[in-house]
Write a protein that binds this ligand. Structure first.
Ligand SMILES: Cc1ncc(COP(=O)(O)O)c(C=O)c1O
Length: 385
């Protein structure tokens, strides 16, 4: 890809990664659906087996992801959780210590809180709203793991002072930026070392593939790749191809997600059935100013808290006709879910309340449909309360 295009996500999305431009070469990279490759000795090069992460389709999306994130390198893996787990293992090495935000995707919390301690990796969680990061850091801390924006309250943490503090102590900062996508938030440009994406969401964009990306310094990505060859979370070539196809339209989809979500959030603000609208693009959001500074778009996620509580949320969800009741996010279709049944099912109502997620909280992943059609759907679902 020509250097002059390096910084434009719309162009990277279409042209990023290796392209064979010789006459007769396919414009769309073919799916290399092969587990193994002709190879008899190291003199034959590095491409020998698709678990190793350098199948042509895996490389294509990895190179595109690195260009989108603005990092030296990236590796595409079989899921967002695979990307998170390999990131933690690569950063910590053996036994060790992680400092993590207490507002993380549910499975990431369980991994850090319950699973990894059984293998000698401890985590101290810090409430990002209180921000006592320094108190949690120990001599054996090697990783700080955060999420921007957080799920489902869409809080934006300023990573810059945290990165400075962590780097002073020789620690790596990794950030799950799935909710923003690299189009809305170029995490690495704020000092974050390693960016984790659940590519299942915006990067793929069509709710038809499970994938993940780790983007960061070349030596870190090399270590993630080494571990992935052992633990095995490789991305299937067909899924890699689907992911690459999704990434070609990432920029235009994000523009539409941003516009639609803003329109929907403003509309919900005027509704008496809605007690609170959570969207970083609204002046009422506690991190609106920071989000305006750090992000080039406020994203497609909008949360609403219905006055009628959990019952009202159940009724609203059951009456949606266009939006689909389903977990996940980032696809072209609008999805709705209640965190009390999904990501935050493991917390008590009191714990959820403390995190700003009372019963009645509905998380919406606003898709790319016509926004008036979406608003009409939300209006009829609310009207029947
Ligand atoms: C913020 C975030 N990170 C990571 C994940 C895990 O990704 P995957 O489902 O691709 O493993 C999810 C999934 O919902 C997520 O929302």
């Amino acid at each position: 890809m020509a250097d002059s295009h390096d910084s434009h996500p719309a162009t990277i999305g279409v042209h990023g990664g290796a392209h064979d431009r010789t006459p007769g070469a396919p414009v769309v990279p073919p799916i290399t659906q092969s587990a193994t490759f002709h190879w008899s000795s190291p003199a034959d090069g590095e491409l020998l087996y698709s678990r190793y992460g350098n199948n042509p389709n895996q490389r294509q999306v990895a190179e595109k992801a690195a260009a989108l994130e603005g990092t030296e390198a990236a590796v595409a893996l079989g899921s967002g959780m695979g990307a998170t787990a390999m990131t933690v293992l690569a950063a910590v090495g053996g036994e060790g210590h992680v400092v993590a935000s207490s507002r993380l995707y549910g499975a990431t919390q369980v991994l850090l809180r319950d699973e990894l301690p059984r293998r000698g990796i401890e985590t101290t969680f810090v409430d990002p709203e209180e921000g006592h990061w320094e108190d949690a850091m120990r001599d054996d801390t090697s990783l700080v793991f955060i999420e921007i924006p957080t799920n489902p309250t869409l809080r934006i943490l300023d990573p810059r002072p945290l990165c400075a503090m962590a780097h002073d102590r020789g620690m790596i900062v990794a950030c799950d930026a799935t909710f923003a996508s690299p189009v809305n938030f170029r995490a690495a440009s704020t000092g974050i070392d390693v960016v984790v994406q659940s590519a299942t969401k915006y990067l793929g964009g069509h709710s038809d593939v499970i994938a993940g990306v780790v983007a960061g310094p070349a030596d870190f990505v090399r270590e993630v790749t080494r571990l992935s060859r052992l633990y095995g979370p490789a991305l299937d070539p067909h899924s890699a191809w689907l992911l690459d196809r999704g990434m070609r339209t990432l920029d235009v989809r994000m523009a539409r997600h941003n516009e639609n979500a803003m329109a929907v959030a403003r509309w919900f603000e005027g509704r008496p059935e809605v007690g609170r609208v959570v969207y970083p693009g609204l002046e009422s959001h506690p991190d609106h100013t920071l989000a305006s500074e750090l992000m080039s778009g406020f994203g497609g996620m909008v949360s609403v808290v219905l006055e009628g509580g959990g019952d009202a949320a159940d009724r609203f969800m059951s009456r949606l006709g266009l939006a689909i009741a389903a977990p996940s996010l980032g696809g072209v279709e609008t999805l709705a879910s209640q965190p009390r049944y999904t990501s935050h099912v493991g917390l008590t109502p009191e714990e959820r309340n403390a995190q700003g997620i009372p019963d009645g909280f509905v998380r919406l992943s606003i898709g790319v449909e016509d926004r008036q059609d979406l608003i009409a759907d939300f209006e009829q679902a609310l009207a029947q309360q």
